[in-house]
Design a protein. Structure first.
Length: 426
C-alpha cells in the first residue's frame, strides 16, 4: 500500500502534509524509505509484529540505511528473544529464530490445539506464572547498537501484499494438476519494489499459463496464484540434493514472453496495409498505445483487444504503474486509478480513455513504447514484517561474544527446520 501511495501523484501530494507515518505488514526496503523522504518530511516508523502477538511487537525509526530497514526494539510490556535450535540466546550478530513474549501474546489458535502447542510455549526467561513465548518463524539477529535486523523466514511462509502465504500450499495444488510432475514456488523481486509469485514446473508438455491459473483459481484465492510460470527440464540442486531456490532462473524479460493472439482477435485485426484505427479524430491509436504500456508493465507480448489486465498477471501495484504511464503518455489528466479497475479489458479501457481525451483535448503525438530495464539477478524476497518498539525487560545475550563477520544464514534456517522436524517426530 505504501508503494502504491508513493507511485500515485495525488497520494504523493497528500503525503507531503502528513507528519507521522507508521509502516508495517512487510519488510521495509531502503528504496521505499527514500521515495517517501522525497515526498514528505514526515517521521517514518517501521513497525513489526505478527497477529499472534496483537499486531505490533517492535518498532524503530526508518532511515535510508542500506538494504532492508531494521525492525527496532520491543514496545512496552513486550520481550523479544533471538534463540538457537535449543532455545538458547544467540550472541550479538548471530542469526536465530525470533520469539516474542509479554502481554501481547495471545491465547492461541481457535480449536487448533496442536498448532497452538507448536507455536506457543512456556517462557523459560520469565518468572511470571503462565508466561508464554510465541515462535514467529522469522530469522533475525541483534545489532551492536541494540536494534534487531530482520533476515527472512526459517520456513517457506512469506507475506505478499499483506497476505500470509504458505508456498507449500501452492506447490501442493500445482502438483495435483494433470501434466505437472513437480513444482517449486518462490517470491521474486526482479524489479525494485515489485514482488510476485513465480511457479517453476517440471511438466510433461508445454505450459499454458492461462489454463494453470484457471485450474488453481478453483482451489486457491487470487493472492496465492502465481503471476508467472516457468517450465524447466530440471531444478537446480544444492550439494545435498535439495532444490536450490536461490538458483532458479529469472523469468523471461518483459516483452519477450510472446503469447499467441486468440483466433477471435486475429479475425478482428485489420488486414495488412489497412489504415489503423484512430481515436475519435485524435492522431494516435489509443488501444495500441495502451497495449504497448501493458506489454512493458506485465512482460506479456501480443496483447489483444479482449485481454484482461489482471488475467495477464496484473495486480494493484502494477495497476498504479500502468495508470501513471497511460496518464502521462497519452496526456489524459482525468484518468483515475479506479478507471483501471473499472475497465480491466484493453478494448474497454481504450474506449474510456478515448472518451476522456475527446472531452478534454487532443492527445500528444505517439511516442515509442517504454523499454523495460534488463531483469536484474534474482533477489530473495524478504518475508514481510509488521511492528512496534520500546523495551521493558532485558533480553538475554551472551556477554562478550564477538559478532562474526560472515554468517551462513541458509545453514541456520536448515538447522532450525531439522530441529523442528525432530521435535515433531519425537
Amino acid at each position: 500500500m505504501a508503494r502504491m501511495l508513493v507511485m500515485n501523484d495525488e497520494a504523493g501530494a497528500a503525503l507531503s502534509q502528513v507528519k507521522h507515518i507508521c509502516l508495517g505488514g512487510e519488510a521495509l526496503p531502503e528504496s521505499l524509505v527514500n521515495d517517501i523522504a522525497a515526498l514528505t518530511k514526515a517521521h517514518v516508523e517501521n513497525m513489526y509484529g505478527p497477529t499472534e502477538t496483537t499486531i505490533w511487537s517492535t518498532t524503530g525509526t526508518a532511515t535510508g540505511a542500506a538494504g532492508v530497514v531494521g525492525i527496532g526494539t520491543p514496545i512496552a510490556n513486550t520481550q523479544v528473544y533471538i534463540l538457537d535450535a535449543a532455545m538458547q540466546p544467540q550472541p550479538i550478530g548471530v542469526p536465530g529464530e525470533l520469539w516474542i513474549g509479554g502481554d501481547g501474546v495471545t491465547r492461541g489458535y481457535w480449536r487448533r490445539e496442536d498448532l497452538t502447542a507448536e507455536r506457543f510455549v512456556a517462557d523459560p526467561f520469565s518468572k511470571r506464572d503462565g508466561a508464554r513465548l510465541y515462535r514467529t518463524g522469522d530469522l533475525a539477529r541483534w545489532l551492536p547498537a541494540g536494534g534487531i535486523e530482520f533476515l527472512g523466514r526459517t520456513d517457506f511462509q512469506v507475506k505478499l501484499r499483506g497476505y500470509r502465504i504458505e508456498l507449500g500450499e501452492i506447490e501442493t495444488a500445482l502438483d495435483a494438476l494433470d501434466g505437472v510432475r513437480q513444482s517449486v514456488v518462490v517470491v521474486r523481486e526482479d524489479a525494485p519494489g515489485v514482488q510476485m509469485l513465480v511457479g517453476y514446473l517440471l511438466a510433461d508438455g508445454p505450459v499454458d499459463e492461462a489454463a494453470l491459473k484457471a485450474a488453481l483459481a478453483e482451489e486457491l484465492p487470487a493472492h496465492m496464484i502465481p503471476a508467472r510460470f516457468v517450465a524447466l527440464d530440471a531444478f537446480p540442486l544444492t550439494p545435498n540434493r535439495k532444490v536450490d531456490r536461490m538458483a532458479l532462473p529469472v523469468p523471461p524479460a518483459p516483452g519477450l514472453a510472446a503469447r499467441p493472439k486468440p483466433a477471435a482477435a486475429l479475425a478482428a485485426a485489420p488486414a495488412a496495409g489497412a489504415a489503423q484505427p484512430e481515436a475519435a479524430g485524435l492522431d494516435i491509436d489509443v488501444e495500441t498505445e495502451i497495449a504497448q504500456i501493458w506489454t512493458a508493465t506485465l512482460g506479456v507480448a501480443n496483447i489483444s483487444a479482449r485481454d484482461n489486465f489482471f488475467d495477464l498477471g496484473g495486480h494493484s501495484l502494477l495497476a498504479v504503474q500502468a495508470h501513471r504511464e497511460i496518464k502521462g503518455r497519452l496526456g489524459v489528466q482525468t484518468l483515475s486509478i479506479t478507471d483501471i479497475f473499472r475497465h480491466p479489458v484493453l478494448e474497454d479501457l481504450a474506449a474510456a480513455v478515448t472518451k476522456k481525451l475527446g472531452a478534454g483535448g487532443a492527445a500528444p503525438v505517439s511516442q515509442p513504447a517504454p523499454q523495460p530495464a534488463p531483469a536484474p539477478a534474482a533477489v530473495a524476497a524478504p518475508h514481510p514484517a509488521a511492528a512496534t518498539a520500546p523495551q521493558p525487560e532485558p533480553v538475554p545475550v551472551l556477554a562478550g561474544a564477538a559478532a562474526p563477520g560472515a554468517v551462513d544464514t541458509m545453514a541456520q534456517r536448515r538447522e532450525m527446520r531439522a530441529a523442528r522436524r525432530h521435535r515433531k517426530s519425537g
